[in-house]
Design a protein around this ligand. Structure first.
Ligand code: AMP
Ligand code: MG
Length: 328
């Protein structure tokens, strides 16, 4: 049997269908791209409402699966943008009622961990989750996924996007800065803001924009920003590894597509004698398959919800959700 999962926490609307062995049978996604500036929650939600029904059809067709072969319908309950979450939850509830299948709410951050865990084959890795809105180091402990460290202000991806827009570009900024940085030659000093296992990016944003106004070339700026920001993430990941006595790290989130970040974390982990796993890009970015897979784990552990108890939770914390499928 297969599980269908719906992701709509931010700018991506995605429907995934996975098998019992975590094979991605079908995956259909579409990203809302604002014409200028950052994501407007209501505009993104309108995009999701319009596209999700078609994406459900596409995912079923790609998977060659009939609704009768779907065991449960999972959706991302939070954290995320309220209007976007409600779009996905509404479609999930409708499918569950129409197909008479159980409805399974899933925490988006936990889904990043679970898809990386099953794809890597690592039993108990630490997750560096680096995305647009979220930047967290997460590890399992005593019945929950715990946030060991996180951003104190904006997510790393939002930081990269804001910077790129400030340099005259358009969303998304991360991939554009990665290309730009390849032509960079000179490093400029930027605020390096690590507080224990937490990080902050707004000081670096202000300083980088100031350097830009002083005429520092975009490739050099991109190289300096990537080197500094990813060193910060690598440092807090290493500190969390040491404190938690772990030896393996998996990556998740759109920023985890970045080759420099992957390389820096890999070098750090391997120098400690551990294992680093970066999922394929399609499984790093927000996607319905990770929701479906985590939904399958939750469903098998009995964690379903009645439609009336399935409200979205825009601020749902990783460490507040139960993970009954993980035995101590
Ligand atoms: P997510 O929130 O997980 O969907 O990821 C979206 C974020 O990932 C956006 O902020 C993008 O700018 C960022 N991103 C995507 N690809 C890359 C890349 N290659 N390098 C750095 N950031 C990236
Ligand atoms: Mg995400």
């Amino acid at each position: 049997m297969a599980v269908l999962g719906i992701e709509s926490t931010a700018h991506t609307a995605s429907v995934g269908i996975v098998s019992d062995r975590a094979e991605v049978l079908g995956l259909a996604s579409d990203m809302y791209r604002p014409p200028a500036g950052g994501i407007h929650p209501r505009e993104a939600a309108n995009h999701h409402v319009e596209l999700l029904p078609g994406l459900v059809r596409q995912a079923l067709d790609a998977a060659h699966v009939a609704p009768s072969e779907i065991e449960a319908v999972a959706f991302a309950q939070g954290p995320g943008l309220g209007p976007c979450l409600r779009a996905g939850a509404t479609v999930a509830r409708m499918l569950a009622l129409t197909w008479e299948k159980p409805l399974v709410p899933v925490n988006h951050c936990v889904a990043h961990v679970e898809i990386a865990r099953v794809l890597s084959g690592l039993d108990d890795p630490l997750l560096l989750y680096a995305s647009g809105g979220n930047t967290q180091v997460i590890a399992y402990g005593r019945g929950r996924y715990r946030v060991l460290g996180e951003t104190l202000d904006i997510g790393i991806g939002n930081f990269l996007d804001k910077l790129w827009i400030g340099l005259g570009g358009t969303f998304p900024g991360g991939p554009a800065l990665e290309l730009e940085a390849r032509a960079g030659a000179n490093l400029h000093e930027l605020p390096y803001s690590v507080h224990g296992m937490d990080v902050a990016f707004s000081g670096m944003l202000t300083a980088a924009l100031a350097l830009h106004r002083k005429g520092v070339a975009r490739p050099d700026l991109a190289l300096s920003v990537e080197s500094t920001a990813y060193a910060m993430l690598t440092e807090i990941t290493e500190r969390a590894l040491a404190h938690r006595r772990r030896d393996s790290v998996v990556l998740g989130g759109g920023v985890a597509c970045n080759e420099r970040l992957r390389g820096m974390v890999r070098t750090m982990v391997e120098e400690r004698g551990g294992t680093m796993f970066a999922p394929p890009r399609a499984m790093c970015v927000d996607n319905g398959a990770m929701i479906a897979w985590t939904g399958r784990l939750a469903f098998r552990a009995g964690a379903t919800a009645a439609v009336e108890d399935s409200a979205v939770e825009p601020r749902q914390r990783t460490d507040l959700v139960a993970t009954p499928w993980r035995a101590e």
